[in-house]
Design a protein around this ligand. Structure first.
Ligand code: ADP
Ligand code: ADP
Length: 228
């Protein structure tokens, strides 16, 4: 589903954010990406969406070599990828429903089909009863669930999340992770950047650990007692 082959990224005037990074994610895997601030997590996610391009090496998403995609083909790539942000980037000038519907309107869905999909997405995150509300009145956890509904409304095969629980308490963080697990259970490939090591440990998933732009760890984290 995803392959990084000797990928390096150097920002203009900066040092290397990623250095010769290679890894693969299988279809329907759920994997965490960890590492300190500045380790390169956001850069890695941006390369998959072509928000940045590598300085060296190749990135493959669903068999497509992203180096071969032109700027014109970027929207077609991004339609295959749902993205969840820490600050969820919701629009507070419209309802929950309209926030979730936005990606579908951009793609030109007719209102009936869009409505069906929006309600299905809101149902999956348990917010069907809030569709008419403005997201500003919702709790932090609910706002993040609206962000997730928006990310999955066009049924992407790949779901990326950048610190999706960064602003949430432990109980809400667990809830959000179990939502990602539900999408993973139906075959969606999920990659979640998180520096909440305690949470990641509990979930016992594959972890890619970045340190200074290099892959420092690839495996499952066990109890604190038998690692590090
Ligand atoms: P993380 O998400 O793990 O915090 P980032 O990918 O944001 O790491 O950053 C990795 C490194 O690249 C850091 O040193 C950061 O300062 C640098 N960096 C990130 N984005 C840019 C940019 N647009 N221009 C220059 N340097 C950047
Ligand atoms: P994160 O750790 O979540 O990546 P940051 O605060 O490091 O958040 O980065 C916020 C934004 O600023 C990102 O879009 C990142 O690419 C950009 N950025 C990060 N470091 C630099 C930098 N040294 N120079 C320019 N832009 C940067």
């Amino acid at each position: 589903m995803i392959r990084f082959d000797q990928v390096s990224k150097r920002y203009p005037g900066g040092h290397e954010a990623l250095s010769r990074l290679s890894f693969e994610l299988e279809r329907a895997e759920m994997v965490f990406l960890t590492g300190h601030s500045g380790a390169g997590k956001s850069t890695l996610l941006k390369l998959m969406m072509l928000m940045e391009r590598p300085s060296q090496g190749q990135v493959f998403v669903s068999g497509q070599n992203l180096n071969r995609l032109s700027t014109r083909q970027i929207p077609q790539l991004r339609r295959q990828i749902g993205v969840v942000f820490q600050n969820h980037q919701l629009l507070f000038d419209r309802s929950v429903y309209d926030n979730v519907a936005l990606p579908l309107l951009i793609e030109g869905y007719n209102p009936t089909e869009a409505g069906r999909r929006v309600r299905a997405a809101l149902d999956k995150v348990g917010l069907l009863n809030k569709e008419k509300q403005n997201p500003i009145v919702l709790s932090g956890g609910e706002q993040q669930r609206v962000g997730i509904a928006r990310a999955v409304v066009n049924k992407p095969k790949l779901l990326l999340a950048d610190e999706p629980t960064g602003n949430l308490d432990p109980a809400l963080s667990e809830e959000i992770m179990s939502l990602f697990q539900q999408f993973n259970d139906v075959g969606v490939t999920v990659l979640i950047a998180s520096h909440d090591i305690a949470l990641v440990r509990r979930l016992k998933k594959r972890v890619l650990g970045l340190a200074n732009g290099e892959l420092a760890f690839d495996g499952v984290l066990h109890n604190a007692a038998n690692t590090e």
